[in-house]
Design a protein around this ligand. Structure first.
Ligand SMILES: Cc1ncc(COP(=O)(O)O)c(C=O)c1O
Length: 399
């Protein structure tokens, strides 16, 4: 659909919906679900729930291709508990969790038959979980987080998370887990953030794009050999791994080529927020957006909307701001941006937008949008077909 048609389409669909509101276009979401399944090749896909934050959307993804979409990568213990209560299974905690009470609740779910795997990267994490597992007499599955960042002179290309980069560092933690009667080493996870989370097709930055693509290419083969080395080492130790998890939306094309990888995590690609417009290897459909209302016109060529300023997390930069989406051709003012209460926009012609009209924006990141809205209107073929509660709408707020 062309942008002019898309604006008219959404304006008509949402004519009676009070602004501001957020929505998910199910027709575009379904295209993204199919494209991601295809991009994963023969690997399974684990949904990164932090990038969705809506149980109904995750159900739709899993229901559409259950043979591909298996399991959720959760982001906190409380969130995993919520998903377990909602009936989701095969939950992998993507990040180490510490608080005993929260872990205890999850261990109770494991006792009741749920598959929940905790993330660890040091003996301290292992001891904490072992103590709680022994107290309750339950065997708890663990996953080792393997650092996949790359260090070049003057540049740490990747994230600072796990201290386990090389097999010599992984080995003692793995042995510690395997020696415990209360723990089971179920898998490893390595997130190559420098490949998956860094756009390499940014508009107006040809040189930076070239450098990033070169760094990524180099990184991809280093990541593959590090992961292989760890998997081989663990197999030699006698570990029986249920999964080897890799990557994210931005690395589907490289992670799927690693023979030892069994599953790839993906979340952002389903909504395809603003930051995911700038990858050379793929382009998904903008399936989620939000609308604010034009409430005043300070000058004939400027309209000002109520609200709209939902900024994304991470290193602070202009790319983390809300991206004005529809109608086409609106420009934000760099000195004001999208505001807490007021968002001015330069319009092409004064009569393009009237007071009361919607302006649609996209968030820079995926799931964070759902922290701003209680529900997502689900749209398909010109109709609002459902209202999906977001985590916030379920009364849940994690991080
Ligand atoms: C551990 C981990 N795996 C995978 C991902 C990829 O998620 P997405 O597909 O939403 O980019 C992330 C994102 O930050 C992550 O932290």
């Amino acid at each position: 659909m062309k942008a002019t048609e898309a604006y008219a389409y959404y304006k008509t669909v949402f004519e009676r919906v009070p602004k501001p509101f957020a929505f998910v276009d199910l027709d575009l979401l379904d295209r993204n679900i199919a494209s991601i399944a295809q991009a994963a090749g023969s690997k399974k896909v684990r949904i990164a729930s932090k990038s969705i934050r809506c149980a109904d959307v995750m159900r739709r993804i899993q229901g559409s291709a259950p043979e591909v979409y298996q399991g959720i990568m959760c982001y906190t213990a409380d969130e995993a508990s919520l998903l377990a209560r909602e009936g989701f299974d095969d939950l992998l905690l993507g990040y180490p969790q510490w608080q005993a009470e929260r872990l205890g609740e999850l261990i109770a779910h494991i006792e009741a038959g749920r598959s929940i795997t905790f993330m660890v990267d040091c003996e301290e994490h292992v001891r904490q979980i072992e103590r709680l597992a022994a107290e309750r007499g339950v065997v708890v599955p663990l996953c080792l987080d393997i650092d996949m960042s790359a260090d070049y002179p003057g540049l740490h290309f990747g994230v600072w998370r796990s201290p386990l980069s090389a097999w010599e560092q992984v080995r003692p933690v793995a042995e510690r887990i395997m020696a415990s009667p209360w723990l089971k080493l179920e898998g490893i996870m390595g997130y190559e953030a420098q490949v998956a989370g860094v756009g390499d097709n940014m508009p107006g930055k040809p040189l930076k794009n070239r450098i990033i693509r070169w760094l990524k290419k180099r990184s991809v083969s280093e990541v593959a050999s590090r992961r292989r080395e760890v998997v081989d080492g663990l197999v030699q130790l006698g570990a029986e791994l249920r999964f080897v998890n890799a990557g994210g939306t931005g690395s589907l094309d490289s992670s799927r080529l690693e023979p030892c990888v069994t599953e790839i995590t993906a979340g952002s690609g389903f909504y395809a927020p603003g930051l995911f417009d700038h990858y050379a290897a793929f382009r998904y459909e903008p399936a989620a957006a939000y609308a604010v209302e034009v409430v005043r016109r300070p000058r004939p060529d400027i309209v000002t909307c109520m609200g709209g300023g939902y900024t994304a997390s991470g290193a602070v930069g202009a790319e983390k701001g809300a991206k004005v989406y529809l109608p086409e051709g609106l420009e934000q003012f760099p000195l004001e941006g999208a505001g807490e209460v007021q968002t001015p926009l330069r319009v092409k012609s004064g009569d393009q937008l009237a007071i009361g009209d919607p302006v649609f924006f996209r968030h820079a990141k995926a799931g964070e949008l759902c922290e701003r809205f209680m529900k997502l209107y689900a749209v398909s073929k010109g109709q609002i077909v459902a209202e999906y509660a977001t985590y916030r709408g379920m009364g849940a707020c994690f991080v």
